[in-house]
Unconditional design. Structure first.
Ligand SMILES: NC(=O)c1ccc[n+]([C@@H]2O[C@H](COP(=O)([O-])OP(=O)(O)OC[C@H]3O[C@@H](n4cnc5c(N)ncnc54)[C@H](O)[C@@H]3O)[C@@H](O)[C@H]2O)c1
Ligand SMILES: Nc1nc(=O)c(N)c(NC[C@H](O)[C@H](O)[C@H](O)COP(=O)(O)O)[nH]1
Length: 226
């Protein structure tokens, strides 16, 4: 069993979710409130380590009225246990689960001792899941999150993790905020990066369920066809 996964992203009209320098203030106020309503509803919220390092996110419900109990469990996919100990994701707003790869496991002959030691330090502040693979096996990780009570999970990026999750067939819904901005740049992060598929016939198929303007932005909501 795996959580029901909703991917939410804000992108520019040209499909970028951050500039090449990591600047990513895209959503308008109304969209951020919409996102925080979802944060309040779901059991968990997940990002990749690239997003943690770029944004130092809280991943809590703080743009709308909420109680501490409304905060979802925070989840990070972090191969080499690089989450900095002083970052906000480890504060006491909510529980945090960090998925690390097999190179953080001291019983693995191919482990990296620096990563093993960082993971040990992190385990004092968060619950660690040790994947049997490198990078983190996302199918295995989703099954683990389900056993931890995460039945609904919002994925909030970034580009690399988004592609791994969709190519592993782990995303059920996609919600996109398109902001009327163009930023360009071949090195700017897009909605989905990773390796990509070679052939269009392999593209993931989706069905548009809802679309509407929201403040200056436009929202599109899709179901992933399985
Ligand atoms: N506009 C938005 O809605 C939005 C949302 C989130 C992030 N962002 C931006 O995206 C950027 C970060 O994206 P990114 O692609 O660099 O990082 P990411 O957040 O996608 O994290 C990727 C990292 O996750 C780890 N990982 C472990 N196992 C993995 C697996 N199986 N598959 C994939 N990754 C795995 C790897 O270390 C990998 O480098 C930041 O600039 C951030 O501001 C924008
Ligand atoms: N909806 C949305 N619009 C944006 O313009 C943007 N940049 C993000 N980015 C999502 C990512 O997960 C960020 O890291 C958190 O939004 C950081 O903010 P918090 O402290 O968690 O609220 N999300």
């Amino acid at each position: 069993m795996k959580p029901y996964v909703i991917l939410n992203v804000a992108m520019t009209l040209d499909g970028k979710i951050a500039t090449k320098t990591g600047s990513s203030e895209i959503s308008g106020k109304e969209d951020l409130e919409r996102v925080h309503e979802i944060r309040k509803e779901v059991d968990g919220i997940m990002v990749g380590i690239g997003t943690v390092l770029a944004d130092d996110p809280r991943l809590s419900v703080h743009k709308i009225k909420a109680k501490k109990e409304d905060n979802p469990i925070r989840v990070v996919v972090d191969n080499k246990a690089r989450t900095p100990l002083n970052f906000r994701i480890l504060n006491d707003d909510a529980e945090t689960i960090i998925g690390v790869s097999s190179i953080c496991d001291e019983n693995n002959p191919n482990c990296d001792m620096d990563a093993v030691n960082r993971a040990k330090e992190l385990s004092k502040k968060a619950n660690l899941f040790y994947s049997s693979e490198e990078p983190v096996d996302l199918v295995e990780f989703m099954e683990y999150l389900y056993t931890k009570g995460i039945k609904t999970l919002m994925l909030e990026g970034g580009s690399t993790l988004n592609f791994s999750m969709i190519s592993d067939n782990l995303i059920d819904e996609v919600k996109i905020c398109i902001a009327p901005m163009i930023v360009g740049g071949k090195d700017s992060k897009t909605f989905f990066d990773g390796d990509g598929f070679d052939n269009m016939k392999d593209a993931v198929q989706l069905k548009l369920e809802k679309s509407y303007p929201l403040g200056k932005d436009f929202i599109m909501e899709y179901k992933v066809l399985k």
